[in-house]
Design a protein. Structure first.
Length: 382
């Protein structure tokens, strides 16, 4: 990945991918991404069950991952699988995952001293059933008897008057694990619990998933708020889990790279009502001050006006946040609202742009604060 994330990330599992701005503009793309601006705008705001088109392909959107039988056709390497083969592969993968979980659980219980590693048998070569009887492991119980035994134990545990429950509660936590255990074991278990909670949280992180009718291809869409953009990637349906992971990790990386600039700390204007620092090329917001929240389109538009790179909207009132300011030809980047009560100051720098607004009586103080911040930004190469 290059120094600028706008050069775009190379998702190994994707055929084509793009970073899309709120107005449908493509900031960067990989592969054969031929969706129109209108299609890109629809991709940024998908709806449940909606069919969206992307360069001639139609996907049905959902915010959850469907099971593989409904997405039977797929490409894995150079081999094409039929629906029956894909179903068999899915069942085998589920069985492998189940066995792995059981083995991990058993190893964890062994470390905690809850179960023994092996069932002891006599030297005379007793049969397994006789060994189970000898050691009280409940041999020769029917499934119904096992269920009844489990139900009785659950009812017994729920009874607050039960002495065994009180004794268990004093030495065990809510997961049934001993409170007195080695620190290393507890740290390991705490880490596993944190991973489980993180996995559950990831299910509601706004990742949208779409599939074609035959299920060969899928599209993954992830909204990013810092900077304000949308990631979209198309790839094989059987690799959907890997593709979602790649898109999600990339979204976290670009958010962290923008937040590391710590513009929120730098924008500490005393005289204005609200301030924003954004990227000059695309208008993506890097940091804000106050409750002023202009959109990315508005920050880009006013930056271009102040830099005299556009004539659109000149001579008219243009919105910026909740207010309207008159766009005039000025090289100072100073604009006034309808009642001349508030002033908007726009200062494009090299790679960034500073916008702030406040009372017209504090225009001079705002100008000085903007110049001071612009100097600091330029010293850092922005």
């Amino acid at each position: 990945m290059s120094s600028s994330w706008k050069a775009f990330a190379d998702f190994p599992s994707a055929y084509a991918s793009a970073i899309i701005g709120p107005d449908g503009a493509v900031w960067g793309k990989k592969g054969h991404w031929n969706a129109s601006a209108k299609e890109n705008v629809k991709l940024t705001v998908p709806e449940e069950g909606e069919r969206v088109s992307c360069g001639g392909q139609v996907f049905r959107m959902c915010n959850y991952i469907k099971p593989l039988p409904e997405i039977a056709w797929g490409n894995k390497g150079r081999k094409w699988f039929s629906p029956e083969q894909a179903e068999a592969e899915r069942k085998a993968a589920v069985e492998r995952a189940r066995k792995k979980r059981e083995e991990q659980k058993r190893q964890r219980e062994i470390e905690l001293g809850i179960v023994h590693d092996a069932i002891p048998t006599s030297k005379e070569g007793e049969k397994k059933e006789e060994a189970d009887k000898k050691h009280g492991l409940g041999a020769n119980l029917s499934p119904r008897e096992v269920r009844e035994t489990e139900d009785e134990s659950k009812t017994k545990m729920k009874d607050p008057a039960n002495k065994e429950v009180k004794e268990l509660g004093s030495g065990f936590d809510k997961y049934g694990l001993p409170t007195k255990m080695p620190d290393k074991v507890r740290e390991r278990y705490a880490g596993m619990q944190a991973d489980d909670e993180e996995d559950e949280e990831d299910k509601s992180l706004g990742v949208w998933f779409g599939t074609k009718k035959k299920g060969r291809y899928c599209i993954v869409i992830k909204e990013v708020r810092t900077p304000q953009c949308t990631l979209a990637a198309i790839g094989p349906a059987v690799w959907r889990a890997q593709l979602i992971s790649e898109v999600w990790e990339f979204a976290k990386r670009i958010s962290e790279s923008v937040q590391k600039k710590a513009w929120d700390v730098m924008i500490d204007f005393k005289s204005c009502k609200g301030a924003v620092i954004c990227g000059r090329q695309y208008g993506e917001v890097w940091g804000t001050s106050g409750k002023w929240t202009p959109s990315q389109y508005q920050t880009k538009h006013w930056t271009d006006l102040a830099a005299m790179e556009t004539k659109r909207g000149i001579g008219k009132f243009n919105p910026c946040g909740e207010l309207m300011f008159m766009a005039t030809r000025t090289d100072q980047g100073v604009y006034f609202d309808e009642n001349n009560a508030n002033v908007l100051i726009v200062c494009p720098v090299v790679k960034a742009s500073i916008l702030c607004y406040g009372n017209i009586t504090k225009e001079q103080e705002m100008q000085e604060e903007v110049k001071r911040l612009a100097k600091e930004v330029m010293e850092q190469g922005y």
